[in-house]
Design a protein around this ligand. Structure first.
Ligand code: SF4
Length: 367
């Protein structure tokens, strides 16, 4: 089977197994763009409600451009990797101001936009405009690395280039939209990481890795990434029944999100000791320590965090607070915390806090 034959077979197979996903119903460049950014590092089932809520609130590029940052962050809350949504906002404003509110219909024009790399540009070109550009996501990578038995580490830039080249060769004339989705769907539903369903595969005879008995060894993921383990502590600072939150500054990680003050524990530092230090460093105040609120474990791509949260109250006049790690702060009633956008680990604390009555919080302030 040559490349064109494999490509046609996969494109013909796609309608049989095509899942009905909201962004596939009306694949405009805007809808493809937003869905592809949401789908980075996130599973399809999880993305669907976020995508539907986003499109209901911000149905066009102009709506996304005209909305304020807080609105976009709130719609994104829970998807993580917040730089993605900040880039969407920047790009939407650039498209409104310089492109008449439309996405460019050329690959290099798309690549010039913030947050759009070769994969997303290829996805918009092929899925929205049906132009012959490759779009190789992790699922398509798996199928391609097996069909062509690609041994080299999959994330190496030379391998990525080779994969895009092979994917481009498969595109039958006028069928880029079908072929690219077929590759993704085939990897997601048939060519599974373990126990690939080769009996359901439309191209088993063309699969070199299967023929050589090495399918499960592809793709070659290279050396495994080392994971760093961190411990952190945050303070739920309470004064007159309201809780202190601060906003992360521009230019750092997760800018514009709200959080409880605190930070990483130093080596051999007790959580209570670390919290008092963090409050002095971040807010310039001393505290009276209360009861623990919760321990939350959270995983990021290359590190794991154990976050401990404690109730506390200012030991001095709260007017003395001076922010050193935030752009602004608020004192918020527990029931209103849900109105703010928090990173994932803090959001789990918010869920616990929102359920507490003022009397329960007063009790928990007692050490
Ligand atoms: Fe994947 Fe099996 Fe098909 Fe090869 S034959 S592409 S391993 S499903």
């Amino acid at each position: 089977m040559d490349e064109q034959h494999i490509g046609r077979t996969l494109a013909d197979w796609f309608p049989e197994r095509r899942r009905d996903l909201p962004w596939r119903r009306n694949p405009t460049p805007y809808r493809v763009w937003i869905s592809e950014i949401m789908l980075q590092q996130t599973q399809i089932e999880r993305v669907i409600p976020f995508f539907e809520a986003w499109m209901e609130r911000l149905p066009t590029i102009r709506h996304a451009a005209d909305a304020d940052r807080e609105t976009l962050l709130k719609l994104w809350e829970g998807l993580g990797y917040y730089n993605r949504v900040i880039n969407i906002h920047r790009t939407a404003r650039l498209l409104r101001d310089e492109h008449g509110g439309n996405m460019p219909a050329d690959h290099s024009g798309l690549l010039a936009l913030p947050g759009i790399g070769p994969y997303t540009a290829g996805a918009i070109m092929s899925l929205a405009y049906n132009e012959p550009h490759p779009a190789v996501d992790a699922n398509a990578e798996r199928t391609l690395s097996r069909v062509f038995d690609i041994e080299e580490p999959i994330k190496a830039s030379a391998t990525q280039k080779h994969l895009r080249h092979k994917a481009a060769e498969l595109i039958p004339p006028g069928r880029a939209r079908e072929l690219n989705q077929a590759l993704m769907e085939h990897g997601a539903l048939v060519c599974l990481p373990r126990d690939p369903r080769c009996r359901e595969c439309p191209v088993p005879g063309a699969c070199l890795a299967r023929k050589r008995g090495v399918a499960e060894m592809r793709p070659n993921k290279g050396p495994s990434r080392s994971i760093t383990y961190l411990e952190a502590v945050v303070g739920v600072l309470v004064h007159e029944g309201r809780i202190f939150v601060q906003k992360r500054p521009e230019g750092g990680l997760m800018p514009g999100l709200w959080e409880f003050p605190g930070g990483k524990l130093r080596k051999d530092e007790a959580p209570e000791e670390g919290l008092e230090r963090e409050m002095r460093e971040e807010l310039n105040i001393g505290i009276r320590l209360g009861q623990p609120l919760a321990e939350v474990r959270h995983s990021y791509t290359s590190f794991r965090v154990l976050l401990r949260a404690y109730f506390c109250s200012p030991a001095t006049d709260p007017e003395a607070i001076r922010l050193t790690a935030a752009s602004e702060s608020r004192w918020v009633e527990p029931a209103r915390l849900q109105d703010f956008s928090f990173p994932a680990a803090n959001r789990r604390l918010v869920a616990k806090l929102s359920a507490l009555t003022p009397d329960e919080i007063a009790d928990l302030l007692r050490a």
